[in-house]
Ligand binder design. Structure first.
Ligand code: F6P
Length: 343
């Protein structure tokens, strides 16, 4: 009888809701269905470099489905980036050595764009690797959606819902800044779900005159208030936050009072939505089925609601961004939502 496969899991990059569901999906499927052995590296690639890991058994994988964060911890360690402070440590070499010392047959790297890039490089070292895409930003190329995104959108939508009532009471323009790095996915989805009047995203260049004109017109039309949803990645002058700059402009150039809210890390915390739990579990289970078929060097992805694989070297270095003709952008525009680009 051949020896059972032994796999290592790690979570890297910024955390998000659903990481534990994915770890559980990988671990439980590997143990129950395929009799594999599973270990988890602590703090992302840092644990892999320093050989810090825990054995993941049924016990450790129980009761974590609904938990936010990651039981393994995470870090933004980039082992292929030469750092001045790392002295003579050859991180790629250590990764290779630890992988073999621990008798691994595959490494499952759960993370966003940076993690997938590193995973592709680990594959180039000749090691078996599988990527699982996660991030609240939803900007991983090659998959229709990443887990974490639905939870973040749901939290942001709830925050926008709450702003409506206080905006109405005071007849104010409320500017809410959501995360997304260089992408506007969270702003677009939460803006649409929360009934934003103006949505500003990095992919569509806005101008202040247009934003202020919309606010002023709504004021003239006796609309009680305006909700402005801004992505953190929109261009603003140095020294300003996205929400800070837009609310400063509204206060300066219109007769409407403005207030800003930055949602921040609340978007990344807490329990995942049902949809994220299911997606993370599907990704985790599919990763193990892929390992069992001896298919490596790929990222698990959702395409047209089917879970599939895509080569890591196709994903590496690309970002999935919104476009002006994205169907939800068009729908919003058709309903009178401004993206700050009409003058
Ligand atoms: O996880 C993605 C993200 O939340 C981005 O939207 C944000 O810009 C970034 O991470 C900030 O994370 P950190 O402060 O942990 O680097």
């Amino acid at each position: 009888m051949s020896k059972p496969k032994r796999i290592g899991i790690l979570t890297a990059g910024g955390d998000c809701p659903g990481l534990n569901a994915a770890i559980r999906g990988v671990g439980k499927t590997a143990i129950s269905e395929y009799g594999m052995e599973v270990i988890g590296f602590v703090s992302g690639y840092t644990g892999l470099i320093h050989k810090e890991f825990v054995e993941l058994n049924e016990d450790k994988l129980s009761g974590i489905l609904t938990m936010g964060g990651t039981i393994l911890g995470t870090s933004r360690e980039k082992p292929f980036k030469i750092s001045q402070t790392d002295g003579n440590i050859n991180k790629p070499e250590l990764i290779k050595q630890n992988y073999h010392d621990l008798g691994l047959d595959c490494l499952v790297c759960i993370g966003g764009n940076g993690t997938m890039k590193t995973a592709a490089k680990i594959g180039e070292l000749g090691l078996n690797v599988i990527g699982i895409p996660k991030t609240i930003d939803n900007d991983v190329w090659g998959t229709d959606v990443t887990f974490g995104f639905d939870s973040a959108v749901s939290i942001a939508t709830d925050a926008i819902d709450r702003l409506h009532t206080t905006a109405n009471s005071h007849q104010r323009a409320m500017v809410i800044e959501v995360m997304g790095h260089d992408a506007g996915w969270i702003a677009l989805y939460s803006g649409m779900a929360g009934g934003g009047d103006i949505i500003l995203i990095p992919e569509i260049e806005y101008n202040v005159r247009s934003v202020c004109k919309t606010i002023e017109e709504r004021f003239q039309e006796k609309k009680a208030y305006t909700i402005v949803v801004v992505a953190e990645g929109i261009k603003v002058p140095e020294g300003y936050t996205a929400a800070g700059y837009i609310s400063h402009c509204i206060a300066t150039y219109t007769q409407v009072e403005a207030r800003e809210t930055r949602l921040g890390y609340i978007q990344r915390g807490g329990s995942p939505t049902a949809s994220d739990r299911i997606l993370a579990t599907r990704y985790g289970a599919f990763a193990v089925e892929t390992i069992a078929k001896n298919e490596f060097g790929v990222m698990i992805a959702l395409q047209n609601n089917s879970v599939t694989t895509i080569p890591l070297n196709e994903v590496e270095g690309k970002l999935k961004l919104l476009t002006n003709d994205h169907h939800l952008v068009v729908k919003c525009r058709n309903m009178g939502v401004s993206f700050g680009d009409d003058y």
